[in-house]
Design a protein around this ligand. Structure first.
Ligand code: FAD
Length: 314
């Protein structure tokens, strides 16, 4: 028996969501005393770093696939080949397209958007846009889990996995992706995948002041984010809203300027490795969650940080 992770590739490397699915599958397999197997499609060198997440074996289908029905057939063939009763994917656009179809083909129960490993026979997921959590029990033998991006994280410490070619009949493609348009401006890394994030809240007073946030983000090569009220009132686009009802992120560095640190905001950012908070109010709740806190005016501190980063690069 084994646990199978479906892993998407981008530029020949597993996506962050794919590595998270692999980490989840490996941790679950270990707890069950099973093998962890990953399935990839497309060009990839050696094990693509999947062994480090705890994956034992990689099944490598050589052709890149964008059609979800082809992906579904491939995943079905792979799960049968390795005797997997549990299949794990990322709850990203690919996983959302494949997961339900695969569950039907495997006659499996499906839990979408899980955030933790199953415990006492139930698995936890966010519901009502993150306003509540549900513990779901699955009564079928086979199960498909899609993992909420940035909830479980990427695990490291495993050794290289054995990669072997995998062939299957996937049929004709019915969908053809003709191009991608990035939702984020200036080619920024999308928020769920970003390692560096500069974020701001109502303390910035108005959309006309966002230049100082973008300047720091550009200097660092970071992605911009914002608190919910800022996107609700239209100062920033909705895809920048992080928190309980927005995007959950897990960057290496999260800089938050003029954000109070309400619990609903923290729910989406508190897994960041290093949190830097800039706020004029020394009592702002965000300071309790910060690794570094600057009690100061964002309009003075942000330009100084930008100048310091540029000086480092010079
Ligand atoms: C069901 C529910 C879900 C929610 N989901 C989310 C969510 O997903 N994400 C989210 O962000 N919020 C969410 N909220 C809203 C949340 O409760 C807070 O209201 C919100 O996060 C506050 O945004 P803010 O910190 O930008 O604004 P404020 O609370 O107004 O805080 C502004 C901060 O800026 C500081 N400040 C002012 N001027 C300056 C300056 N010049 N320099 C530096 N600091 C300054 C102030 O001291 C203050 O701490 C949710 C609320 C509910 C009820």
């Amino acid at each position: 028996m084994s646990v199978l992770a479906i892993v998407s590739l981008k530029n020949g490397q597993p996506t962050k969501g794919g590595l998270e699915a692999a980490s989840y599958a490996a941790a679950f397999a270990k707890a069950q005393g099973q093998d962890a197997v990953a399935l990839v499609a497309g060009a990839m060198t050696s094990d693509g770093g999947l062994g480090a997440t705890g994956i034992d074996r990689v099944l490598h289908f050589s052709t890149e696939l964008s059609d979800s029905s082809q992906w579904t057939r491939l995943a079905e063939a792979a799960s049968k080949e390795c005797g997997a009763s549990t299949v794990v994917l990322s709850h990203d656009h690919t996983g959302r397209a494949i997961g339900p179809r695969l569950a039907v083909r495997l006659q499996a129960g499906m839990v979408s958007g899980v955030t933790e490993l199953p415990r006492d026979g139930a698995v936890r997921k966010n519901v009502f846009s993150g306003k509540a959590m549900a513990d779901v029990e699955v009564s079928t033998n086979a199960v498909v889990y899609s993992v909420t991006p940035n909830a479980f994280g990427v695990r490291e410490g495993g050794s290289e996995a054995e990669a072997s070619p995998f062939a299957a009949e996937v049929g004709e493609a019915r969908e053809h992706v003709t191009g991608f348009d990035l939702a984020s401006a200036d080619g920024q890394t999308p928020l769920p995948e970003a390692d560096l994030v500069v974020s701001a809240g109502r303390g910035l007073k108005g959309p006309e002041n966002w230049g100082i946030v973008e300047d720091l983000a550009n200097a660092l090569g970071a992605t911009t984010a914002c608190s919910r009220p800022v996107s609700d009132i239209g100062w920033r686009p909705h895809h920048e809203h992080v928190g309980q009802t927005g995007i959950t992120i897990r960057p290496n560095l999260y800089i938050a300027a003029g954000i109070s640190g309400a619990i609903q905001h923290l729910a989406g950012v508190n897994q960041s490795k290093v949190i830097v908070v800039i706020n004029t109010d020394p009592e702002a709740p965000f300071f309790k969650a910060a690794d570094y806190g600057i009690v100061g005016d964002a309009f003075e501190v942000l330009p100084k940080l930008t100048a310091a980063v540029k000086a480092l690069d010079a």
